[in-house]
Design a protein around this ligand. Structure first.
Ligand SMILES: Cc1cc2nc3c(=O)[nH]c(=O)nc-3n(C[C@H](O)[C@H](O)[C@H](O)COP(=O)(O)OP(=O)(O)OC[C@H]3O[C@@H](n4cnc5c(N)ncnc54)[C@H](O)[C@@H]3O)c2cc1C
Length: 269
């Protein structure tokens, strides 16, 4: 429960309201984590919030977070400047099933700010490329200027990912796909055989994704998603992030789809 002090050592603006911060522990210790885990992060007295780690798990000397400014706590984090100290607890949560994906065709499906929690698993899969069959990234955003990590997409593609991107709406300068993520599933021509899907994004997007995959013969028990719920303690004590019989901070945020799908149709849950 005791937070550690981390210094902001680098900062980049990704889009109009999203920033990536690189942090280094005041103690000088590396911050080991597994892809999919999150920290409880706070700047000043503006409140502590769960934020996924978006950095490279093979570079634990830097703790990287990509944050969308939506309210008091995230605005304070995004406003933090190099040299400023932030408080960090963690890492917490169940990670992506990287080992279970060995030998499979792996599909990463991200919507909007859902890409940062998936970036560590993308980097891990690329670092161990020989362990997996086809690697496919399906990424959807509202508009071209809201897409994240656009400077890295080509690199990921060169190193072994098939990258397909779509946006909900775009001007004439955009020559890529327009439409929802399901359109990409049809385009992806997924081969029969073992497929493992890891997805993070708006719940509606993930529901559409699962229906599109099911239509291609991919069972929903091959789909893992990362859930977002309001959290306070991060360690399964306070109950704020309860989702049906589970606590997202302790039992998630990564779940197999059938574990949580019954609860996703209940409003306000
Ligand atoms: C496991 C986990 C990982 C996350 N990773 C990231 C990340 O990598 N980057 C990132 O930008 N955000 C991430 N979030 C979401 C982030 O925690 C919320 O945006 C943050 O708590 C909002 O706090 P605030 O005080 O800035 O805004 P508030 O004033 O609390 O909220 C602003 C708006 O966001 C909604 N909201 C608040 N908290 C959440 C939440 N947890 N989930 C969904 N909606 C919420 C509120 O209903 C309100 O509409 C993650 C959440 C979880 C649970």
């Amino acid at each position: 429960m005791v937070p550690a002090s981390f210094e902001v050592v680098d900062k980049r603006q990704d889009t109009a309201d999203v920033w990536t911060l690189e942090l280094a522990a005041d103690s000088g210790e590396p911050f080991e984590f597994q892809p999919g885990q999150f920290t409880m992060l706070a700047a000043g007295g503006a409140g502590e919030v769960p934020i996924s780690i978006s950095g490279d798990p093979d570079r634990p000397e830097r703790l990287v977070h990509t944050v969308k400014a939506v309210g008091l706590a995230t605005e304070a984090i995004c406003a933090a400047q190099p040299g400023q100290m932030l408080s960090v607890r963690g890492p917490f949560g169940r990670p992506w099933p990287v080992d279970e994906a060995e030998g499979a065709n792996v599909v990463i499906a991200a919507g909007g700010i859902g890409l940062p929690p998936l970036r560590p698993v993308i980097l891990r899969l690329l670092a161990q490329r020989e362990r997996y069959r086809r690697l496919l990234l399906l990424y959807s955003g509202r508009s071209p200027d809201e897409l994240l990590f656009t400077d890295e997409l080509d690199d990921w593609s060169r190193r072994g990912f098939d990258v397909l991107v779509t946006v909900d709406a775009a001007g004439e300068e955009w020559d890529g796909h327009v439409g929802v993520v399901t359109k990409l599933v049809r385009h992806a021509k997924l081969e029969a055989g073992e497929v493992l899907v890891m997805s993070c994004g708006p719940e509606l997007m993930m529901r559409f994704l699962v229906s599109a995959l099911t239509a291609q013969g991919i069972g929903s028990d091959s789909v893992y998603i990362s859930m977002e719920r309001n959290m306070q303690c991060g360690i399964g004590r306070c109950g704020h992030c309860q989702l049906g019989p589970t606590l997202v901070c302790r039992d998630g945020p990564v779940y197999r789809w059938p574990e949580v799908s019954p609860w996703l149709t209940i409003r306000e849950l």
